[in-house]
Ligand binder design. Structure first.
Ligand SMILES: [Mn+2]
Length: 492
């Protein structure tokens, strides 16, 4: 097994150099993804997946378009108005893609649309029809009529299943959220159930989640590239940060690298929080001028070709950690290191989180920031989970309790955030009053320090690979990097 792995690994490197991002490479991978999904859907099922709607920014301006993750996973098409039908039981046409018609007037305003040949070349789907035919073809299939080049003979298995009342229509229904309006897909399912009979509407999301959890070799290459760009961007941020510089200048330096290296955008809005802002988990503003002695917490990564890694670094902008900063940073770093040892095949992300939490609890106890490690006291200072999957979505789909397998991609991101307000918010019980009295001196000592360390990992046959290893991480690496930077703003 090991020898085979090495051979395949070596071959993959050669292929990467020769054909990375070549269209046939992507279309082959997409074709294989759909084949795996069709096998799980079964012959008596029809899958329907549609695009994300455009979102209004203000008046006649939209937000930058973001394709639906599942549609992108199955087609590689980021163009709005795209839909996919899969009919695994068909003998001829099992895959039909629907794309917007070309329209010179529209394209003059909004940019060119894919030709059908281009849609085929990218997705590997041979049958490409107009998006205006989509509803009619779905209706025909559910009425046992030929349409879109699918003959009655071709669709015999699905039509017979409809006739017998055991067909299934799979849609990405997700979880219905109580009190919230139906999503467009849930609304579509309701309409189909009202109009047609002989089938049950099922949720395709769990099947897609299973597939998306294990990254294909193609996805692994894109994720590596996305992480390389994100790591370079973090390093550009470290070069820019110094006393007198605004947080937004660091953010701009980071995002310039994302866009300058061909990423679509950020994977999530960049978090650049200095001083006390480092204790705000999703600090959005970035308008503070940094001063000597600040720690800067930067949680930023790019969306490159619909792959979203996730990296956080926390560093002293003057180049040297204070003793208090070093004490908290050391705990977080140790939590990540020890949690990483648990990140092996067969263990789960929940186990990895638990290990990180254990190390943080012990560290906080030693510093006098908790008095007891048996309960949830540490939750005052470590307020989030330490792990999540990454992929097309930065918080990618999948259950954290699942045993890990090769091909899974994830982060480990422990953090400690010391805020007086966490103590002040405790209900005023006698026990809490005693606790507050004990903790208060230490909270004062560490007040306003926020630390998070996060790396993106890919689990392969040899164990977890730290994809974001290029960014300085240990105290000595960070201090050496910050001291060796150019001393003027020319490094920006
Ligand atoms: Mn994260």
């Amino acid at each position: 097994m090991l020898a085979t792995y090495h051979l395949r690994h070596a071959l993959a490197i050669v292929l990467t150099a020769a054909s990375f991002s070549a269209a046939d490479d992507l279309s082959d991978d997409l074709t294989a993804r759909r084949a795996r999904l069709m096998e799980r859907l079964g012959a008596e099922t029809m899958l329907v997946v549609t695009s994300a709607p455009p979102r209004r920014y203000s008046l006649d301006i939209d937000y930058e378009y973001r394709q639906d993750s599942n549609l992108y996973y199955l087609t590689g098409i980021a163009q709005e108005g795209t839909s996919l039908l899969l009919l695994p039981g068909n003998t001829e046409r099992r895959e039909i893609l629907f794309v917007k018609d070309q329209d010179p007037a529209q394209e003059h305003w909004r940019g060119r649309l894919l030709t059908r040949a281009e849609a085929t070349a990218r997705s590997g789907i041979q049958t490409v029809l107009s998006s205006t035919q989509f509803d009619d073809v779905v209706a025909a299939m559910l009425s046992r009529r030929a349409a879109g080049g699918i003959t009655e003979k071709d669709a015999t298995v699905f039509f017979d299943a409809l006739g017998a009342g055991r067909a299934r229509v799979a849609l990405t229904l997700d979880t219905a959220r109580p009190g919230e309006p139906l999503t467009p897909t849930q609304e579509r399912a309701r309409q189909l159930r009202d109009r047609f009979v002989g089938f049950q509407a099922i949720d395709a999301t769990p099947l897609l989640t299973d597939l998306r959890l294990i990254k294909t070799p193609y996805e692994q290459r894109v994720l590596r590239k996305a992480t390389d760009i994100s790591a370079d961007a973090q390093i550009a941020g470290m070069r820019t940060a110094r006393p007198g510089v605004y947080e937004y200048e660091v953010k701009a330096a980071i995002e310039a690298v994302h866009r300058g290296r061909g990423a679509l955008s950020w994977a999530y809005p960049s978090i650049v929080g200095s001083g006390p802002n480092a204790t705000i988990l999703h600090y959005p503003a970035s308008d503070r001028k940094m001063t000597a002695g600040d720690l800067l917490l930067v949680d930023a990564a790019c969306n490159y070709e619909y792959m979203s890694p996730d990296i956080t670094r926390t560093y002293p902008i003057s180049g040297t950690f204070t003793n208090e900063q070093k004490a908290l940073y050391g705990i977080v770093l140790r939590a990540q290191d020890e949690a990483l040892r648990v990140a092996t095949v067969g263990r789960s992300l929940a186990d990895v989180h638990d290990k990180a939490a254990e190390v943080i609890k012990d560290g906080l106890l030693k510093l006098g920031l908790v008095t007891d490690t048996s309960g949830n006291q540490y939750r005052m200072w470590f307020t989030h989970g330490a792990t999540h999957y990454i992929g097309i979505d930065v918080h990618d789909v999948g259950d954290n309790r699942r045993p890990m397998q090769a091909g899974m991609a994830f982060v480990i991101e422990p953090g400690i955030y010391i805020r007086q307000s966490a103590l002040d918010a405790l209900p005023r019980t006698p026990e809490n009053a005693a606790l507050i009295e004990k903790l208060q001196p230490m909270v004062r000592k560490y007040e306003g320090i926020g630390v998070r360390v996060e790396d993106s990992f890919l689990l392969d046959a040899q164990g977890p690979q730290r994809l974001s290893a290029a960014v300085p991480r240990t105290i000595s690496e960070i201090e050496a990097f910050m001291r060796q930077r150019p001393s003027t703003s020319t490094g920006r």
